[in-house]
Structures are given as structure tokens and as C-alpha cells.
Design a protein around this ligand. Structure first.
Ligand SMILES: Nc1ncnc2c1ncn2[C@@H]1O[C@H](COP(=O)(O)OP(=O)(O)OP(=O)(O)O)[C@@H](O)[C@H]1O
Length: 361
């Protein structure tokens, strides 16, 4: 069976500024109708990657392929306007002297009636039909952004590059517009590469997440896998707060106040971190100075004293000062759980949800 050809493929893309690799050997593929999110902190090289694919910036080395054809390497280069790539960048610019309808229809060819139908269809989908004849300055920032989105979607690009396209929208609007945009892009079988620094946005939108750090992709996969099988502590901490418990490997085991942990693959005598998200810490009551009995699933309980408890909406966040070393651990509990500061409680770690990483350096 033939392997399907990716709509977009980049191979070993490199870009240096002032001798520093800001994009370092980045490779990825996006299939038609799929959304890949380049996710990473500010300055990690996401936008530079997108700009090279768009053709507005040249790579130092590496290749860009569209539908199995080379579009750009260090010798050959298809100009941006002939790449048939749609762009939706943070700093979108509408043409101020054109009406909303003409802005949306700007990149459209074909007969007038078909153009008009497409313009009306898109404005309807982004909820702006009533502004057909308005001018950009008559619209709010968020409305202008939705017009820019309609304009980018109108020519049915085979590839859409999006750089934080929803960041200017208020929360109430954002989810709806995001879902609607995705639906349109999927209907058109467009391959989408979306840049964001927000893990929630990536989890919500992506078929695949490429987690970027210091110019490199450090992990790539379905959102579920990237979240639940992080490659290291930083990858894990990018998605949520984490608790870290340190220990040393002795005879393939790590001894901690929460009991012993198996340490497969870690060197004897090396220092390791056991990392756990706040939602995977279990809380139990104090029974006259004793905690619950140890279990194979949750190990040994360790006692902590509540330092602070806050209600966060759908969950409560409780911070504990641990008896054994004075460290602070965070636990989240669904709904309302607000023990008073000073109260002693027992914490246990869900063994199936903790990760063990070697301490670097
Ligand atoms: N034209 C340039 N000249 C010199 N350095 C640059 C240039 N463009 C980007 N950089 C640097 O390259 C690095 C990566 O920038 P890039 O904009 O790709 O990051 P990013 O991950 O998209 O960040 P953000 O989310 O803040 O936009 C940054 O350190 C930035 O300062």
C-alpha cells in the first residue's frame, strides 16, 4: 500500500540569527484535513518556522514540500504568492479603503455571482453578515479579526498557516470562532499548521501537537499522548503545574516519604525526580496523627499542613507544607474543598500518574 502524501512536509529546517539557532532541525508533516499545533513558549522559534513555510523568510538549510513537490530548499524557491498557502497571522491587516465584502473577496477569482456567494457564506459563518458593506474602521478589533479570518478562508487554501489567530478575541467569542474555523478548514480538507503558546488551545484544536523548545521539536504526537506521556519534566510542566519529589536510585528503587518507586532505566546512585500533577495527588484525613494505610496503587501517605486553599471555579487548589522536608505540594480537588490553613491532612501519590525523570546536569 502506498503511503499517503502529506499536504505539507518540512525537512530539517534550520534558521540562525546572530549565530544562534532559532529553528534547529525542525521536521514535520501535516496531512490534508489535519491540524498540527506548533506549541511552545515565547521566542522558541514557532513564528520563524511559519514565516519560512509561507516564504516570507528564507531558511539557512532544509526543505519545504507541498503535495509531494519541492517548494523551497537552499537553491530552489517558489515565491510566496505561488505557494497557495493561506495565512492568518496575529498582525492581520485589512485593506482600509475596501468594504468588508471586498476585503473577503480580495483573493477570489471566478465569476461575480460565485464570488458573491462565497463572500456571503463566509461572513455568515463568522457571524458578520450584517457588515457586508461596512468598512474596517467601523468594526471592533475582534470583528476585524473575524473578517481577516473569512478572507484567509475564502480561496479554500490547501494549507493554512495560523499564528495565534484567536488571541485578540474575548473568551466568550473565541471558542465559537475557533470551532467554526476548524470546521470550515476540515470541510475543505485544508492542512493546518497553527502556532500557539497556549496548551489549552493546542489541546482543543490539534490532531497533533509538536512541542517546541529552544528551536527544536522536543515531542510530537496526539494531544492525549503528549499530555500523558511527557518526554521530560519541562514538557509536562508546560501543560499544567507539577509537583516534584527528588530521590536517589538505590538497587533500582527510589526511597521517598511517599514510599518506594521503581526506577526503570535510571542509573544506580543517580538523582531522579518523581513528577506528579496536582490533580493526581490524593488527600485523606488525619486519624489522631495517623494517615490511611499504604496501598499498591497510591503508596505510603505523607503528612502535610494546609497553607492555603482557593476555589478556582470547577476545582479547589490546596497548598500543603510537608512535614518531612518543609516543601510545598499542590493538590487540586474537584468542586469545593477548602480546608482551613493549619489543618493536617495526608497526601498520597497516584502511582499510575507519576513520572520519573533523571535530574539533568
Ligand atoms: N529578524 C530577526 N532578527 C534577529 N532575531 C530574530 C529575528 N526574528 C526572530 N528573532 C529571534 O528568534 C527567536 C525566535 O523568534 P520567533 O518569533 O520565531 O519565536 P516565537 O516562538 O514565535 O515567539 P512568540 O510566541 O513570542 O512570537 C527569538 O529569540 C527572536 O528574538
Amino acid at each position: 500500500m502506498q503511503t499517503p502524501i502529506p499536504r505539507l512536509e518540512i525537512k530539517n529546517l534550520m534558521r540562525r540569527y546572530d549565530g544562534r539557532h532559532v529553528v534547529n532541525n525542525v521536521s514535520l508533516r501535516v496531512m490534508p484535513g489535519h491540524v498540527t499545533c506548533l506549541l511552545g513558549p515565547s521566542g522558541c522559534g514557532k513564528s520563524t518556522t511559519l514565516r519560512m513555510i509561507a516564504g516570507v523568510e528564507m531558511q539557512d538549510s532544509g526543505e519545504i514540500w507541498v503535495d509531494g513537490s519541492l517548494v523551497c530548499d537552499t537553491v530552489y524557491r517558489v515565491p510566496p504568492e505561488r505557494r497557495h498557502i493561506g495565512l492568518m497571522f496575529q498582525d492581520f491587516a485589512l485593506f482600509p479603503h475596501l468594504s468588508v465584502a471586498r476585503n473577503v473577496g480580495f483573493g477570489l477569482s471566478g465569476d461575480k455571482a460565485a464570488k458573491q456567494r462565497r463572500i456571503e457564506e463566509l461572513l455568515d459563518r463568522v457571524g458578520l453578515s450584517r457588515y457586508l458593506n461596512a468598512y474596517p474602521h467601523e468594526l471592533s478589533g475582534g470583528e476585524q479579526q473575524r473578517v481577516a479570518l473569512a478572507r484567509a478562508l475564502a480561496p479554500r487554501p490547501g494549507i493554512m498557516l495560523m499564528d495565534e489567530p484567536f488571541s485578540g478575541l474575548d473568551n466568550r467569542l473565541r471558542d465559537g470562532i475557533r470551532d467554526e474555523t476548524l470546521e470550515i478548514l476540515r470541510e475543505q480538507d485544508t492542512a493546518v499548521l497553527l502556532v500557539t503558546h497556549e496548551p489549552e488551545e493546542a489541546m482543543r484544536m490539534a490532531d497533533e501537537i509538536a512541542l517546541m523548545r529552544d528551536g527544536r521539536i522536543v515531542q510530537q504526537g496526539a494531544p492525549y499522548n503528549v499530555y500523558n506521556a511527557p518526554v521530560d519534566r519541562s514538557a509536562m510542566a508546560f501543560f499544567s503545574e507539577v509537583n516534584v519529589i527528588r530521590g536517589r536510585v538505590r538497587g533500582s528503587l527510589v526511597d521517598t516519604p511517599f514510599g518506594q518507586f521503581l526506577s526503570p532505566g535510571a542509573y544506580e546512585g543517580s538523582e531522579v525526580e518523581i513528577v506528579i500533577r496536582p490533580q493526581h495527588i490524593k488527600i485523606d484525613f488525619d486519624r489522631h496523627g495517623r494517615g490511611p494505610n499504604p496501598t499498591p496503587q497510591d503508596g505510603t501517605p505523607a503528612r502535610g499542613v494546609v497553607e492555603r486553599a482557593r476555589f478556582m471555579g470547577s476545582e479547589s487548589l490546596v497548598e500543603f507544607r510537608m512535614d518531612h522536608d518543609g516543601s510545598l505540594l499542590k493538590a487540586t480537588v474537584p468542586n469545593v474543598f477548602l480546608p482551613r490553613p493549619g489543618k493536617a491532612l495526608w497526601l498520597m501519590i497516584r502511582r499510575d500518574r507519576c513520572f520519573l525523570f533523571p535530574v539533568k546536569g
